[in-house]
Design a protein. Sequence first.
Length: 289
Amino acid sequence: MPHVMAQSQLTMDSLPNEIIIQVLNSFPTRSLLPLAAVCRRFYGLVGRVHFTRLVEAAQLRDHEVVLECYHPSERVTAPSLFCEFIGMDGLTEAGSDAKLGDLDDLYARFRPFAADEEEYRPRSSRQPGAALAQKSKPTQAPSREISLDSDELFTQLCTVTNLVKVGPRHGLFSSIASVNETVIRVWRDWLSREAARAAGKQQRASSALDDPSILWTDSSKTVGLRFRVVEDLSAPAPILLDRNEEPSVSYSLEYQELLVRANWLLLSFEMSEAQQVTHAGKAVIIASL
């Protein structure tokens, strides 16, 4: 009888952390994170599992980040940019005991570059921990031109960020997970201010999220693009200009860095793994037009 009573008093609190963590590992991240609200113990254990997943996602195993950034009129002709992973600042310092709120503030940093299909080698074909092949490393940051007529206060850029899984053969992607797709406005005042800042002193990369050189794709700061703005002074000045009229201007936007919120990158990584196409005949072919 005492043995039966002892069994009836077993609760979740009597289970060791290792067993609970093993159970939590079976949940995808979207279902895992809400479980942190169950109790203080679950909050800590969910944080451990989430930290481990962020570390694994940072390795981008067999995956690459591809960026498309173009004016709406250039949708068909704009080239895609591959993105070289730089790091995830603060992840190691946060540790497995970090609060979920602190992990949500982490960002993965990438350096966009243009690469020919013949020169680019997918991550899966490189040695572990190796960067891009020497001939694929960008010698100059890619850029795009932006022009504003005298009556325009802003222009628009469509930005599409995808996480792709490299297929078994060259030029094939076995899965594509959308990280972010939106349209951002590039204002005349911002262009003028950033061009003056770049001309006044050498622009240094900053990890601060409030850096004005970053254009965020949404108010949640899921994805951001850091640019260096250079004014094109070769354009002829207008002969006649009304006193209240702004002149036509042209700028060159140099891609410095792509920032992706770490949690969002993890969700895209899991989505890519879940939707991976195993049949070779269904692989997605990505090629430059």
